[in-house]
Design a protein around this ligand. Structure first.
Ligand code: NAD
Ligand code: AKB
Length: 317
């Protein structure tokens, strides 16, 4: 059995991806790493945890060699809002971290999954049904690193034959681990506040449409892409994928169906509002559907039902 390495494994996506990888490939074959120290509890599903900073190439190489890693899920990154507050650090982690992973993958013959984002698009990109191949002129440091990352992954595939693959994720909604500081985080916070306080103050304006996806679809997409037959790929590193597109008032209305007294007000954060306005309102994900069979299972109402049910248990309400 191949050995898997996950970077940034304690984050929103990593903390759920590791469970899926362990279930599929066996906990002894999954090495999970993060810059943060090991958390308490049984969260790690029995896998080995190591502290690893992706900006330290020597450390990455030692771990890949020692555990004979063949597949890397590279999730360590700074998200859009945090990156905008710390652009130099964002460049270091998002670009030098990726470069180190690709160099080690080249040397030790690993395949690499790297998530890109709707953040690769900018104000000059068509906003409705944003095509797979279109203008990419983002105006955030997050977007700059994600576009450069897509290109770097393409380069390592073409120049060195490294099996790089990637997805442009929309905002990911989940209940296990809180999001790490992005523009789409409101769509997670709103569920917690609806259950705890029956009210939420949204940092994005009414009418701000963004693509979103429930975590189970995001995890399946990553694993399906890594297991797909590459002979069918035309866009191996940057597939648009989406499951739903909505604005804050739509998620509010959906929650109200379950919690009628829930109220939402607005207190707009200009930084995150500007980022959201520069991103697509809805993406065209037909390339992913055609090339490797992408198909989401959750839409807004099914996701809301599940989020509220699972969060109630988590928050012991
Ligand atoms: P997150 O912020 O929740 O987690 C990132 C993890 O990386 C954290 O646990 C952090 O400790 C770790 N990390 C930071 N710097 C590190 C370093 N130098 N070395 C090692 N680890 C480090 O992020 P996430 O939401 O899980 O996102 C994972 C990936 O998916 C990122 O590339 C992100 O850009 C992408 N993505 C996420 C979303 C989303 O909505 N969550 C959407 C689009 C793309
Ligand atoms: C963010 O808002 O930064 C992320 C993303 C869409 O990349 N959730």
């Amino acid at each position: 059995m191949k050995k898997f390495l996950v970077t940034g494994a304690l984050g929103q996506i990593g903390s759920e991806l590791i469970l899926a990888l362990c279930e599929r490939y066996g906990a002894k074959n999954v090495i999970i790493t993060d810059k943060c120290p090991k958390p308490k509890g049984d969260f790690l599903s029995g896998c080995r945890f190591l502290e690893m900073d992706v900006t330290n190439e020597k450390q990455v190489a030692e771990i890949v060699e020692k555990f004979d890693i063949k597949v890397i899920y590279h999730l360590a990154a700074l998200l859009s809002a945090v990156a905008e507050a710390k652009p130099q650090l964002a460049w270091d982690v998002n670009m030098n971290g990726l470069y180190n992973i690709l160099e080690v993958a080249r040397e030790y013959d690993c395949s690499v999954f790297t998530p890109s984002s709707i953040g690769v698009f900018g104000p000059s990109t068509p906003q409705y049904k944003t095509p797979q191949d279109t203008i990419q002129r983002p105006n955030t440091i997050y977007g700059v690193t994600k576009v450069a990352g897509e290109l770097l992954c393409d380069y390592y595939y073409k120049r060195f034959g490294v099996d790089t693959r990637g997805l442009r994720y929309p905002g990911i909604i989940s209940y296990k681990t809180l999001p790490g500081g992005g523009t789409t985080d409101y769509a997670v916070e709103i569920y917690y506040e609806a259950l705890k306080n029956k009210k939420y103050t949204c940092f994005l304006k009414e009418g701000t449409y963004l693509d979103m996806m429930y975590m189970p679809d995001a995890i399946n997409a990553a694993i399906d892409l890594m297991e797909a037959d590459p002979a069918k790929f035309k866009h191996r590193n940057a597939y648009n994928i989406t499951a739903m597109s909505f604005a804050p008032e739509h998620i509010c209305a959906e929650i109200k169906k379950h919690i009628p007294e829930f109220e939402m007000t607005y207190d707009v954060d200009p930084v995150r509002q500007a980022i959201a306005e520069s991103w697509p309102n809805s993406m065209d994900d037909s390339a992913a559907r055609e090339e490797w069979g992408w198909e989401p299972k959750y839409h807004l109402s099914k996701m809301t039902e599940d989020m509220l049910k699972e969060l109630k248990k988590k928050l012991k309400l």
